[in-house]
Ligand binder design. Structure first.
Ligand SMILES: [Zn+2]
Length: 225
């Protein structure tokens, strides 16, 4: 992205949380869609901070900083490694469940269907059907794990920037493509990101409890145009 005060603020949030980076990459996404997006990625000592031009065009400088602090949070809290570990465990559980389910069903129906065992190609449709059931059941669990990581990164962003208003601002922007306030069962099991309602509530709860820490920066919104 263009060098300037906003890039310096993003780099400063990163450095303050132990993430050494020299510049922020800007992704040209506005030709394809209007969704705001950003990420911090890297493995084994390499790292990259990127944001897309939709975020720069739509959010205030404080909002951009809040989003980038959220992404720094994902990196610093090792969310990518945790996600890989959880996914691995879920896949192992699904394969184990498919194995148990296949054996139970083929024991009673195997002869009738001409299935000799789990290594018989004739059993592939049954194995696929049983595995699909377990994958379906595991979907809300995977969503829940992602959701918890997102919520952690939200709190990280608010604490790192001490600017709950900025977080509320960008949370509201996601209402373009997310339900504002879904029912609790949908929020908890079908959402992989907190709804705008939960995100704004989280920010305002922080602000109510820590008014003396709240960083109000409206007076120097130095976003380049
Ligand atoms: Zn996130």
């Amino acid at each position: 992205m263009d060098e300037g005060p906003l890039e310096q603020r993003i780099l400063s949030v990163a450095r303050a949380n132990g993430l050494e980076v020299d510049d922020v990459k800007q992704v040209d996404a506005s030709k394809q869609n209007t969704r705001v997006s950003a990420n911090v990625s890297g493995l084994f000592g390499t790292r990259r901070i990127a944001l897309n031009d939709n975020l720069l065009n739509q959010a205030s400088a404080d909002g951009v900083e809040a989003v980038m602090a959220h992404e720094v949070g994902h990196y610093v809290l090792n969310h990518q490694w945790k996600l890989i570990t959880y996914l691995f465990l879920i896949f192992v559980a699904c394969f184990a469940g498919a194995n148990i389910g296949f054996k139970a069903i083929s024991k009673s129906h195997g002869k009738h269907w001409g299935i000799r065992g789990i290594d018989d190609y004739a059993g592939l449709p049954l194995l696929y059907a049983v595995a699909t059931v377990f994958m379906f059941i595991s979907t809300p669990v995977m969503f829940r794990i992602t959701y918890i990581h997102e919520y952690e990164a939200d709190l990280f962003a608010i604490n790192a920037t001490q600017n709950p208003d900025a977080w509320a601002e960008v949370a509201l922007m996601t209402a373009d493509y997310r339900k504002l306030h879904p029912p609790a069962w949908e929020e908890n099991w079908l959402n992989h990101h907190p709804s705008p309602y939960v995100r704004i509530f989280t920010a305002m709860r922080w602000k109510a409890e820590q008014p003396e820490l709240t960083n109000v920066r409206d007076d120097h919104d130095e976003k380049p145009d």
